[in-house]
Design a protein around this ligand. Structure first.
Ligand SMILES: C[S@@+](CC[C@H](N)C(=O)[O-])C[C@H]1O[C@@H](n2cnc3c(N)ncnc32)[C@H](O)[C@@H]1O
Length: 335
């Protein structure tokens, strides 16, 4: 089933609900304690935030770049007076966003990457290739839209984006078709773009809609999602106190590779000359800022994957901040 399959709707509600992915696993990893402070960098529908606040008498700072997520989240204030703080912004700026509010350290950070069900399912947001809507895709509702991108970038730039961020083998062909189609009529609607892509790329045996990869690529580009992730990981390294835990849920290989590579570098694994070199001989290993808490990524149970199709590609990586100073200060060049 496509990750764009419409999400469930609660009885009596028009709006589809977001089911938190790997929720129990994230809460177990962060192990909330009374008096501690946590950061939920991707508030969304508040699933992680609420679970943390319910698990212990802790404080949660929650960030989301989507103003609509925060508007919805305001109702949670009444339930958690003094313990919940909502911030509009990007998790890539977490150090400054919290620093300006007098917070310089936290005991755990959760990042649940990508978009929420509310964003995908709301055709007006323009993320969906199944429902017609404006070709928008901006989580922040400001800046350059997906329509601006497909109508103005060169064929080569579009091919590079679709290849790199969509891992689409037919990226050149798709880019050429987009440029030809926009000469006739500039893109403004999601289904116009989806139809142009589907005419170029055949449906694969796995049944995945051919528009999936091009839409993923544009969404990542429009929102600079991979740049945000890199800044967010470095921010977490600064903000976490020793013993604090970082939990990142990713949904495709590009994101997971960035998290895995960062944690490998920061745990010293990528810096030691070989696995036979004793850690005591390498400065970098001694200065590792993270200790991975599981060797392999944690994936959803069969039961979760069966009830929530959007969970199927999820991967959780968890690591604990050591007491070492920032690795950049020791090893240099690894910023
Ligand atoms: C998958 S949803 C999170 C769902 C949440 N864990 C829950 O249980 O309800 C991702 C959310 O993160 C937000 N988001 C994505 N990238 C972000 C970024 N760089 N900074 C802040 N928020 C971001 C999106 O707007 C969306 O609301």
């Amino acid at each position: 089933m496509s990750p764009q399959t419409p999400g469930p709707t609660a009885p009596g509600m028009d709006e589809p609900q977001h089911i938190p992915v790997l929720l129990a696993e994230v809460v177990e990893a962060l192990a909330p304690k009374s008096g501690a402070t946590y950061l939920d960098g991707t508030f969304g529908a508040g699933g992680y935030t609420m679970a943390l606040l319910d698990a212990a008498a802790c404080v949660v700072w929650a960030i989301d770049r989507d103003p609509e997520a925060l508007t919805r989240g305001e109702t949670l204030f009444a339930r958690y007076p003094d313990r919940l703080h909502l911030i509009h912004g990007r998790f890539g700026d977490m150090v400054d966003l919290l620093g300006h509010r007098g917070v310089s350290g936290v005991d755990g950070i959760a990042l649940d990457l990508g978009v929420s069900s509310m964003q995908i399912d709301d055709r007006a947001r323009g993320f969906s290739f199944l429902r017609d809507g404006p070709l928008d895709m901006r989580m922040e509702k400001s800046g350059r839209s997906a329509a601006d991108v497909v109508n103005t970038l060169s064929e080569k730039e579009l091919a590079d984006i679709i290849f790199l961020y969509g891992e689409e083998r037919h990226a050149r062909r798709v880019a050429r078709a987009i440029v030809e189609a926009r000469r006739e009529r500039p893109f403004s609607r999601t289904l116009h773009l989806a139809d142009v892509v589907r005419a170029e790329v055949r449906r694969a045996h796995d049944g995945i809609d051919p528009a999936t990869r091009t839409f993923q690529a544009l969404r990542i580009y429009v929102n600079d999602e991979l740049g945000e992730l890199e800044r967010g990981l470095r921010g977490a390294e600064r903000l976490l106190r020793p013993g604090g835990v970082l939990a990142v849920v990713s949904f495709h290989s590009l994101e997971d590779r960035i998290v895995k590579t960062f944690l490998r570098a920061r745990s010293g694994a990528a810096l030691r000359p070989s696995r036979h070199t004793p850690a005591s001989l390498g400065n970098a290993a001694a200065a590792a800022t993270f200790k991975p808490l599981s060797r392999r990524p944690i994936t959803p149970s069969d039961a979760e994957a069966a009830t929530n199709p959007r969970a199927r590609s999820a991967r959780l990586r968890v690591a604990e901040r050591t007491a070492a100073p920032l690795l950049t200060a020791v090893a240099g060049g690894l910023a």
